[in-house]
Design a binder for this molecule. Structure first.
Ligand code: ADP
Ligand code: ZN
Length: 526
């Protein structure tokens, strides 16, 4: 049935029931809606899946006129508009490659006041030409979706979002609502400042996603670890994230060769293939989508059962957003990641050798450390994740790998001293592989050539397996006791903090690594 523009009524709960068929609002939805209907600005910080869309869609239907919805991606806009049209709602979007007849029709209906919502990109929202398109149609509200894109602190910064700070003057007196699923305290401040939302009522919902379980394993053979994980999920759909396009394509091919139905997605594909792939993921069940982070924003598939990371995500926020795409239907879902020392080393190198200012580099290092903290914790991962978003989780969650299978720890102070001594005695000029050879007393060309077989540290760590030494060095790096010299082929350097360990003023507890699958690590990462 097609709804007439005025036929929605002004009662939010009735609209919720009649159009969406839901019996009641969830969480703080109603409070947000009432705020907007009262003509006030709102900042909505709800984690993915808590129902942000209804917070502006319903007021848009209640209010007279047309709501402007700013959204960063055309694919995302079109998805939402399709979903609403399927419910009989008069919503449209404007995008640059839109077929001309369609664009004309949208413009006509906009000017005639026939639309309840019009979706546009940020660059268009502030164009004078766009405002003129409304003619006599009243603008009911302005909605800024994915508003964290305004902050450079996150990894989704969009330059065009900065101009959205002008929306307040451009559309005076029109209530604005900004929404995001990413809201660490720093991003939150940026949003308020840059979008001029000082007077907005802020709504924060807990970021906990209780139905998602978290698991992070030490990488030894990423592919077989992944395969083992995917076998637990045969018949369900999920996403596997990789850092590079090349790895995405290769991993996808490999999975298909190994009996997993997979497709891939990354930014370099042509628009049609991208759309087809998104559609396939939406419609089909049991599809594994291997993708870069280009995939996901706005993917509104409720029954994504798993999200796996083969590479370290960009940040805690990134990790949280990406894993948050699982389990929007509230059913049990899994977030899985493999992680290794190379991840830290590579990321540090990218930061160190990047073009950024020292200030930005400092931020990036802090963000990396926060992420590594989640990987290396021996405690409940959910607690660490939520504390990052300023939340205190009352108890261990019982739904992450460290809770269900407590990490064994060992006092590694002696091992740490040996490892650090090996770094020192060899002149801080060698990488982890060589250091492990020295510690385990392995005679190689290199240990002989540099006279390292003569050092007092040669062979002192024989009792510890090379794979455990790998783990020791990874954790020393994670604890900031050592660092990697990127200008010198990954040589390990001591940090000042190491002296406390040498002087036995600090004990070092290491976690025992766990591998979900595959063979035992054999130092292959060297
Ligand atoms: P978000 O944008 O916060 O990630 P969505 O707006 O996409 O979340 O909503 C997630 C899912 O929850 C959608 O399928 C939506 O229809 C559903 N939903 C939202 N609000 C309610 C509600 N009050 N009752 C039942 N389902 C709801
Ligand atoms: Zn836990």
């Amino acid at each position: 049935a097609k709804f007439e523009p005025q036929a929605y009524g002004t009662d939010p709960t009735r609209i919720l029931k009649q159009i969406w068929g839901y019996p009641s609002f969830r969480g703080q939805q109603q409070a947000v809606i009432e705020t907007v209907l009262a003509g006030r600005d709102a900042l909505v910080l709800f984690p993915t899946g808590k129902g942000k869309s209804l917070c502006f869609q319903i007021p848009a239907l209640c209010l007279e006129g047309t709501a402007i919805v700013v959204s960063p991606l055309v694919a995302l806009m079109r998805d939402q508009v399709e979903d609403m049209k399927a419910l009989g709602i008069a919503a449209e979007c404007i995008w640059s490659e839109q077929p001309e007849d369609e664009a004309m029709d949208v413009r006509r209906r906009l000017a005639a006041g026939e639309l309840k919502l019009i979706y546009v990109t940020p660059e268009r929202a502030v164009l004078p030409g766009f405002a003129r398109m409304f003619g006599r149609t009243r603008i009911s509200m302005v909605c800024i979706d994915e508003c964290h894109c305004v902050s450079t602190w996150g990894n989704n910064f969009r330059k065009d979002y900065l101009s959205l700070g002008r929306l307040k003057e451009l559309y005076p007196g029109v209530p604005r609502i900004a929404l995001t699923a990413t809201a660490d305290p720093h991003t939150r401040l940026d949003i308020v400042r840059l979008l001029d939302l000082d007077d907005a009522e802020t709504f924060v919902d807990s970021f906990d996603r209780p139905n998602i379980s978290y698991e992070i394993v030490e990488r030894n053979n990423a592919r077989s670890q992944l395969l083992q994980f995917l076998k637990r999920h045969s018949g369900s759909s999920g996403i596997v994230y990789c850092l590079s396009r090349k790895k995405v394509e290769e991993t996808c091919g490999w999975l298909n060769d190994n009996g997993i139905r997979a497709k891939y997605y990354h930014a370099r594909m042509d628009p049609q293939t991208k759309r087809d792939t998104q559609d396939a993921f939406r419609m089909e069940e049991g599809l594994c989508l291997v993708a870069t982070v280009a995939f996901g924003m706005g993917i509104n598939k409720p029954n994504v059962r798993y999200v796996a990371h083969l590479d370290l995500p960009s940040s805690v926020e990134g990790y949280y957003q990406e894993t948050g795409r699982a389990g929007r239907d509230g059913l049990p879902s899994e977030a899985f990641m493999t992680y290794g020392m190379q991840d830290i080393v590579q990321r540090q190198r990218m930061i160190d050798q990047g073009e950024a200012t020292d200030e930005v580099k400092r931020i990036e290092r802090a963000k990396l450390n926060a992420l590594v903290g989640i990987c290396e914790t021996a405690g409940c991962r959910r607690r660490v994740i939520l504390s990052h978003f300023g939340e205190t989780y009352p108890a261990d969650c019982g739904n992450c790998d460290t809770c269900t299978n407590p990490v064994e720890q060992w006092d590694g102070t002696e091992a740490a001293i040996m490892g650090l001594a090996a770094v020192y005695r060899t002149g801080q000029r060698f990488g982890v592989g060589h250091l492990i050879d020295v510690l385990t007393g392995k005679v190689t060309d290199k240990t002989e050539r540099f006279g390292h077989t003569e050092l007092p540290v040669f062979g002192v760590g024989k009792a510890i397996a090379p794979s455990v030494w790998q783990s020791v060095f990874r954790q020393l790096l994670a604890f900031s006791l050592i660092e990697v010299d990127h200008d010198n082929f990954g040589a390990i350097l001591l940090r000042d903090e190491a002296s406390d360990v040498f002087k036995k003023r600090r004990t070092v507890m290491f976690r025992k690594d766990r591998l979900v699958s595959g063979r035992k690590a054999s130092g292959a990462a060297r």
